[in-house]
Design a protein around this ligand. Structure first.
Ligand code: IFM
Length: 446
């Protein structure tokens, strides 16, 4: 079989997030974020791990740009820490914080790597949380101001902007299930947060557009997955439809159709968010691209004994990653073609895809055939979608480096590069070396 060739201008990247790699949690004027507070509170993170030092990327970013070059990347997706730029969330910017991102962007451009900046990857300034966080509509305005500062200061070097990373996770893991900062468990708050996040996406997009030029492209990144019923009974199919509404359509419909899905509004009842006149018009203002984070699918069945009337099911006999997530590459093709059919984004980028495995160092090397295979299989499905007309423009592997995996601390390794957190040494894994051959050849074996 000839290799699967990607389009000539395909974007080959890797992704990270500020809190997961930077460290320097209280240096050079940075203010505390909700993740500093959350991880410093015993019981929230495995082994009481924190992002205080993480991969020390704040001090080692030049070395890390060197690794990106070795991987042959032409793009790098990172996030900007809001409290590093605006320590209390608003007011006077912190010049040292901005300077870090300017130096990072300069280093990337010098290496011919296009910077892709995410504005919010979960590290809300603590002071804004103290005033109600994302359930306070005032935070939406503050996010717009922050976007304005960043765009004004960095727009010369950055022309790819992602407003939010995975607002579903922020709203529900952070405010309904309480497993992420700020650790709230309240459906009404979670739904209000989901609306405010979408509104803040619109606010930030307007702020960036005011500072940018015709080269700039702005989008949002959602975590999405196909939802399958365990059987073809009507009850299981209804459970799958409801789960799809909760996990996928709750964010996609307001962004692309200017309305929350009716069935979900009905299901949420009095917990549904307060929406003001004009909000949905702003939220559905056209974006340049949709960022998609894909890791696995969800299977559900009806369950009359559960308070939500359904339960998640594990597919038997399927391979799983160290996160316990089923490896299901076909789901990426299913998802991309469905997004193209139902929502028609002008461009789609896979902004995260990757796998955690229990890596070990052997004689200075890390042999991780499972990760290589995971990425390979997903790239073949992405290629299939392109062949069928999906406007897929690029792929970012999660992640450039092993890093702080939120409530799992440092126990899950997703990197193309192994990080020894004690010595702060990096070793490019076999999967990273293989990915370098893909990025250079612009193709994978089929
Ligand atoms: O590490 C996270 C990332 O921050 C957001 N998307 C999923 C990754 C793996 O869980």
């Amino acid at each position: 079989m000839p290799p699967a060739e990607f389009p000539r201008d395909f974007v080959w990247g890797a992704a990270t997030a500020a809190y997961q790699i930077e460290g320097a949690w209280n240096e050079d004027g940075k203010g505390p974020s909700i993740w500093d507070t959350f991880s410093h509170t015993p019981g929230n993170v495995v082994n009481e791990d924190t992002g205080d030092v993480a991969c020390d990327h704040y001090h080692r970013y030049q070395q890390d740009v060197g690794i990106m070059q070795e991987l042959g990347l032409n793009a790098y997706r990172f996030s900007i820490s809001w409290p590093r730029v605006l320590p209390t969330g608003s007011g006077r910017p912190n010049p040292q914080g901005l300077d870090f991102y300017k130096r990072l962007v300069d280093a990337l451009l010098a290496a011919d790597i296009q910077p892709w900046a995410t504005l919010y990857h979960w590290d809300l300034p603590q002071e804004l949380q103290d005033r109600g966080g994302w359930s306070n509509r005032d935070t939406v305005k503050r996010f717009g101001e922050y976007a304005h500062v960043v765009a004004r200061e960095l727009t010369d070097g950055i022309d790819r902007w992602i407003t939010h990373n995975e607002p579903w996770v922020v709203a529900f893991i952070g405010h309904l299930f309480g497993q992420h900062a700020p650790g709230i468990r309240d459906m009404r708050i979670a739904l209000q947060v989901s609306h405010d996040l979408l509104l803040s996406h619109a606010e930030a997009m307007e702020a960036i557009r005011g500072e940018s030029d015709e080269r700039d492209r702005i989008g949002i990144t959602l975590n999405l997955q196909p939802v399958h019923p365990q059987s073809d009974t009507q009850a299981d199919e209804e459970a799958a439809r409801r789960t799809d509404g909760f996990s996928n359509r709750w964010f996609l419909d307001p962004l692309y159709k200017g309305a929350y899905p009716e069935d979900m509004l009905e299901a949420f009842g009095d917990d549904a968010p307060e929406v003001q006149q004009g909000d949905l018009e702003r939220i559905s203002s056209p974006m340049d691209f949709l960022g998609v984070n894909y890791y696995t699918r969800t299977i559900v069945r009806a369950d009359p004994d559960s308070p939500v009337g359904m339960a998640q099911v594990q597919a038997e006999g399927r391979p799983r990653t160290e996160m316990g997530w089923e490896v299901y590459p076909e789901g990426l093709h299913e998802l991309l073609t469905r997004l193209h059919r139902d929502y028609r984004p002008p461009a789609i980028y896979i902004t995260e895809n990757g796998a955690a495995y229990d890596d070990v160092v052997t004689d200075g090397e890390v042999h991780d055939p499972q990760r290589r295979d995971y990425i390979h299989q997903h790239l073949l499905q992405a290629h299939r979608a392109i062949e069928e007309g999906v406007p897929l423009g690029g792929y970012f592997c999660w992640s450039l480096l092993d890093n702080f995996e939120w409530s799992f601390g440092y126990t899950k390794r997703f990197g193309l590069t192994y990080v020894d957190y004690y010595a702060q040494e990096r070793i490019i894994k076999d999967s990273g070396r293989w990915y370098a051959s893909v990025t250079r050849e612009n193709s994978v074996e089929s």
